[in-house]
Write a new protein. Structure first.
Length: 306
């Protein structure tokens, strides 16, 4: 890929334990587009104060990395979220907050309002800290997803701050009492596939990024490749990672190829040559507006491609 064709979207999101200096140092040297310093599942409660302080130092120092710096806080229902935000935003705002175990759109609104207050107090640019919502980790979350477009109105604080939605299988399967997450052929069970699909469709309805969930077995390279092919085919723009070895394949999967970019340019040019027409012809094929929109979307995802 040429130097000009730099992805404009966040492809790879690497979780990093908030209390592990060693893993943080390794993560900072990776090619991940975003690092998620984790204060939730990977940190024991007694280590949480130290982890908060460590993450705050990393955010404040803006560690030497090209990656965005995000923080996964504890869930709205945990009683720990407020202290997480106060601690990690003590000196500077992160690029974003990953919000887990969300059960209602109103929880997004409350966190968005809190972030606005912190930005104001620190003199940060409004809306500089975005939100990535893990939107499928509770049964209530699945039932709430269809309500998101109506409750998160265009122009509202929470909608403007929302970067995207992602999904998770581990907590949901536990909440359901499921004995497994996969069918015999390796595909997701129907319920988890439904959760993934609802996340994708809701993100599209909100015009925000859809980020595929983690591939938990970081040694299973072939399984990761299958998930990446499915995710890009279906419309996801990136994927969560739990190990540095997953970053290269994720970045490659969500980076349009030179051939794809060239074809998208040809589609756009074909419509430009027929202004006002609803269809265009290219290589003996009739193209309509969905083809144009798809080409424009691909080019918009790559800086320097148009």
């Amino acid at each position: 890929m040429s130097e000009a064709h730099v992805p404009a979207v966040v492809r790879s999101w690497l979780f990093v334990p908030g209390d592990s200096e060693r893993k943080q140092a390794k993560a900072l040297s990776t090619a991940a587009d975003a690092l998620i310093f984790d204060l939730e599942d990977s940190v024991a409660l007694e280590q949480l104060p130290a982890a908060r302080a460590r993450v705050a130092d990393l955010i404040g120092a803006r560690a030497a990395t090209g990656a965005q710096l995000w923080v996964r806080v504890n869930a709205p229902a945990s009683g720990l979220l407020h202290e997480d935000l106060e601690a990690v935003c003590a000196a500077a705002m992160p690029d974003g907050v990953v919000l887990p175990k969300v059960s209602a759109a109103g929880e997004l609104v409350a966190v968005a309002e809190r972030l606005a207050a912190l930005e104001s107090r620190l003199g940060a640019r409004p809306l500089s800290t975005r939100l990535l919502v893990i939107a499928t980790e509770t049964p209530q979350a699945l039932l709430a997803l269809p309500q998101y477009p109506a409750l998160l109105a265009p122009g509202a604080e929470a909608r403007l701050r929302l970067h995207g939605l992602t999904w998770g299988a581990e907590d949901l399967s536990t909440a359901l009492g499921a004995l497994g997450k996969f069918q015999a052929d390796g595909s997701l069970t129907f319920t988890l596939q439904m959760a993934r699909t609802l996340c994708l469709v809701t993100a599209a309805a909100l015009a925000v990024a859809a980020v595929d969930g983690v591939h938990a077995d970081f040694r299973d390279a072939s399984g990761l490749e299958r998930e990446l092919a499915d995710a890009r085919r279906d419309g996801f723009s990136g994927k969560l990672a739990i190990h540095p070895d997953q970053i290269g394949p994720i970045n490659a999967a969500f980076t349009p190829t030179e051939a794809e970019i060239a074809q998208a340019r040809r589609v756009v040019a074909a419509f430009a040559a027929a202004p006002g027409a609803g269809v265009a012809s290219l290589d003996g094929r009739m193209l309509d507006r969905p083809h144009l929109l798809q080409a424009q979307r691909l080019l918009a995802a790559v800086r320097g491609a148009p």
